[in-house]
Design a protein around this ligand. Structure first.
Ligand code: ATP
Ligand code: MG
Length: 436
């Protein structure tokens, strides 16, 4: 086949990102931190599909929400006509799975999951069409102790990553009460909004009777003062709801975690009740919320399960990584321990077994492949970030030796020769240092 026309390069989907090293290394590092931390709180991994029936999100998240109204990727399965959606968040899918497998049968569960979620939004820094969430859920717990536990878990994460709470990232807290309390507030809110019909925008007018609480979550600056003076749900809470919020506050006070009660914090999904919270940062413009969550005691039943209370949060991985980057925090990929320089490919049959043995001993070894001069190979060794170059010269190998050169730290340390037999003794220390 010959054609002198070069094919047009294909491009990825707008708002969906590709990551390579060293950036992908920061992801790996962050994910490792998260896994470790979640384990220390007794949370266990769960994995559910990226695609779910569209009805799950319509029923779970709510029809009159930004996500379901305009952000969800939906499609019809061409082969069988099923209506499907790329998940726009993780909670609904995890609840669906827990209900389907009767996973709360022998008691409550603490779960976490990391993966891509999809929303058709205008792409900008910190806002993408495919992004990644860490989702943490405690199902079968009525709280407020577990509400506090989840918030403490997030604070422990910020601390581990080097973020200063209250400064780089701050906690906002509210209570959405129970259904009857929201109904009373809703009536008062509708009456208030009706009195101000003339200033409402299209979204607000449409939501006035379907979901007036969501009007309070508007991003329209022209509506901010209206929202400011609207009746507050907090003033409609009964004894039990107040006590629940107070217990969460007491737990946070007990560990000295500062928070702000934000009566206008309603969150963008319909399933929340009682405790809701967000961690916001001043460093990411209008993509300020890094992590948000709350209690959703009705959702499990609403999705067909036996009634069970639950609480959880979603954390935006991209936003967290952007925040860390803005503050000069975080670590890149872990470079190999050793870069193997092989100036003469003819010696490779002797090199392979040595490298395999090093790797089996836990040393990360990147082998130079593709030939090239000693000088160019050595340059690549340095650029790889490796601690050491092992140089497999023909003369050295003939003497059962290899040349060792430190590339980091004490850069002036002279190259020295090491007997191949000595590598066994040299490797364990290196493997340990590399894994530290
Ligand atoms: P926002 O108000 O910024 O649109 P949201 O309330 O829609 O956020 P949630 O549904 O609570 O966000 O999702 C949890 C977290 O996921 C957010 O706090 C944020 O960190 C992240 N997130 C949400 N939408 C996006 C997006 N389009 N791109 C990247 N991260 C996102
Ligand atoms: Mg949103």
């Amino acid at each position: 086949m010959s054609s002198n026309k070069k094919p047009e390069p294909l491009r990825g989907v707008k708002g969906m990102n590709d990551y390579f090293a060293p950036e992908s290394g920061r992801w790996e590092w962050l994910e490792a931190q998260l896994r470790d931390l979640l384990r220390s709180y007794g949370y266990r991994n769960a994995r559910t599909p990226i695609v779910e029936p569209t009805a799950l999100f319509v029923r779970g998240i709510g029809e009159v929400t930004d996500i379901v109204e305009k952000e969800m990727y939906t499609f019809t399965d061409k082969l069988n006509g099923d209506e499907l959606a790329l998940r726009p968040e993780m909670t609904a899918g995890l609840v669906r799975a827990v209900v389907e497998h009767n996973a709360l049968y022998d008691g409550p569960r603490r779960l976490w999951s990391i993966g891509p979620v999809f929303r058709h939004e205008r792409p900008q820094k910190g806002r993408y069409r495919q992004f990644h969430q860490l989702d943490v859920e405690a199902m079968g717990f009525a709280g407020p102790d577990v509400d506090a536990e989840l918030i403490l878990l997030t604070r422990a994460l910020w601390r581990r990553l080097g973020l200063k709470e209250g400064q780089d990232i701050a906690l906002e807290l509210n209570s959405l009460g129970q259904a009857e309390e929201r109904a009373a507030h809703r009536a008062a809110l509708i009456a208030y909004l009706e009195r101000h019909q003339e200033v409402l925008d299209e979204d607000a007018k449409r939501r006035l009777y379907t979901n007036p609480l969501r009007v309070l979550d508007t991003k329209n600056p022209a509506l901010q003062s209206l929202v400011e003076d609207a009746p507050k749900l907090l003033d409609f809470l009964g004894e039990a709801s107040r006590a629940h919020l107070q217990a969460v506050c007491d737990a946070l006070d007990a560990v000295g975690l500062p928070y702000r009660i934000n009566p206008r914090l309603v969150r963008g999904l319909d399933y929340y009740n009682l405790t809701v919270f967000e961690w916001v940062t001043p460093h990411l413009g209008s993509q300020a919320t890094v992590c948000g969550g709350g209690r959703y005691d009705g959702l499990i039943e609403q999705l067909g399960g036996k009634p069970a209370p639950a609480v959880g949060f979603g954390l935006g991985m991209e936003r967290l990584l952007l925040l860390l980057e803005a503050l000069g925090l975080g670590h890149g990929e872990s470079a190999p321990d050793v870069y193997a320089v092989v100036p003469d490919p003819a010696v490779l049959p002797r090199v392979f077994p040595v490298l395999e043995a090093l790797r089996a001993a836990g040393v990360a070894v990147q082998m130079h492949a593709g030939g090239g001069s000693f000088k160019s190979q050595f340059k690549k060794a340095d650029a790889s970030g490796a601690q050491y170059a092992l140089i497999f010269g023909g003369d050295e190998l003939a003497r059962n030796e290899v040349a060792l050169k430190a590339l980091r730290g004490d850069g002036n340390a002279p190259q020295r020769s090491l007997a191949l037999a000595e590598l066994d003794a040299w490797a364990p220390g290196l493997a340990q240092a590399g894994n530290a």
